[in-house]
Design a protein around this ligand. Sequence first.
Ligand code: TPP
Ligand code: MG
Length: 640
Amino acid sequence: MTPVTYDNESTGKFNFINLNTGEKEIPFGEYLFQRILDCGTKSVFGVPGDFNLPLLEYLYEPQLLEQGLRWIGNCNELNAAYAADGYSRYSNKIGCLITTYGVGELSAMNGIAGAFAENTKVLHIVGVARSTDSRCKDFKNRNLHHLVPQLKDSNFLGPNHKIYYEMVKDKICCSAEYLEDIHDACNQVDKVITDIYKYSKPGYIFVPADFVNMTVPTTNLLKKPTFTMENCIVSNNEQDIINITNTILDMLYQSNTPAIIGDVLTDRYSGKELINRLINETHIWNFASVNGKSIIDETNQTYMGLYNGEEGPTAVKERFLQCDLILNFGVDINEINQGHYSFSYKPGCKLIELHPTYIRFSTPDNGKEQIFKGINFIHILKSIVESIDVGQLTYQYPISVKPFCTEELNFKHDSNSEIITQTLIQNKFIDYLNPGDVVVCETGSVQFAMRDLVLPNQVKYISQGFFLSIGMALPAALGVGIAMQDFPRSHISNNCESAISESYTPRLILLEGDGAAQMTIQELTSMIRFNVPIEIMLWNNNGYTIERAILGPTRTYNDVMQWDWTKLLEAFGDFGKKETKSCTLETPIQLIEKMAQLKNGQKDKMIELIEVKLQTLDYPKQLRHMVESAKVKSAGLFNK
Ligand SMILES: Cc1ncc(C[n+]2csc(CCOP(=O)(O)OP(=O)(O)O)c2C)c(N)n1
Ligand SMILES: [Mg+2]
């Protein structure tokens, strides 16, 4: 331990002066939470455990509470990871969770892997064994609880204290630091936070229980008082940025039918305003992607739909195939986002993929390509927006082609039908939303129903569209709701042509399947506990319909137990039914009326759970296309 003396006269706070260096010091626990606040995060999710309790004690330091720090306790660590992910997806800040050694952190792993796969900024802090234990030479006395013993001779050998760290490092995180020397701890914390912003992926800090009360210098706090996306991705290759921008601009000036795809990483790197500005100023045709849905304002005058190759609507593909130059901003290549790799292009079309680590120019026809590595696309996007000369753009888009609209999807709903169908949902959903609302959609059949709908302006749509872990959306919606409390209306742009009235409070809507809900349902209780207003549409189709569409339509493995959904909120804490309301809808008229009532704000309770009965084998045509496409792909694989 460093010799310290106390100084609370100058600051009023309880500070320490290091007698060797003369520097101000604070306990490491306080440093860590100060850093979380410094990166803009206010709420911290998680579950306590004896290895993190000393750290959690610092949550209650008055100077941290004053800055808005709060603890959102979850029912389990998986839910905490999902919630932190949702918090980040909404706010684009770092979602943070704290778990305990082994048992807690392992439970969170699926959530962290999902955040890794989908590029969300999550900081996972794990309370681990005291440094005196993990550094001890006499390891055989250190088979601590929550640790897995060695496979062989565990009674003779000590355990590997860093086993869980080794499981995640370089696998499901961009940065992982196991703190071993308190003198390095502050820099290690700062490194992980910087990396999370830089790579937009999760990071881990493993904090020995005895470190939190040790004192550390405040030097770093003064040197770098805040962490933002901007100050974590500063570029040092200005000339490359200028050259690449000029090349892209020349290509745009020469193109007759250019197009923009707004893909997911554009949002993760805070490029949403920029891309919408570019579209509004140039009127270049533009397309959404599955994982990037709602980044581009879908009500803009040249929105041409969500392109997903063979799996999307033909009307969108036909528009896409007219384009001779594609600028794919924030591109993320995976099976779902590329419609099982079925993207096709106009003959001779030039493709520019703009990614956080590279810019790639290619001609899909002949496979020719040129890659520039080490340049974050966000600098190029900014530079294009700042330097484009709109007067030099000359388009020859076919005049007959209009912006894509939901009606083109041609949903035929039988108005005499007595049952609610997915087609009816597709028909009515857009009307149910108000501009500026936030929709969280679970993995499942209804997710496919949402894809192609043209969203009202400034609606934020959040869905784990690639990793597809069911049960994610419900706790993620908790995280979104908490972020909406911490940063009200932060998804709404003031620069947008069609502003959202200041007096309108955006709604949070969760679209949830019955099967998925049974995975993480307890987190409803946290919505009540932390006053998160939400409308939950619970699609009850008697089990795993999406799986039935793939195989085993009538198999029992696709069944789930029937629940009385309308009793859950009461059981989960709203004993007097003061905060919540639940109902079951079975007919189209009931659904239409309920949607209209909610849209108009006639909500009498903070949380509404609306169970909507659907037929077991009813699923949208978008899902059928995906299943067929996937089957064709796998048949191809087997034939090889
Ligand atoms: C954690 C996890 N377990 C299993 C799956 C496989 N899976 C994908 S969708 C699904 C069923 C979803 O059912 P439900 O939420 O009721 O939606 P539905 O398709 O019935 O509308 C399952 C089991 C998965 N994606 N994630
Ligand atoms: Mg279901």
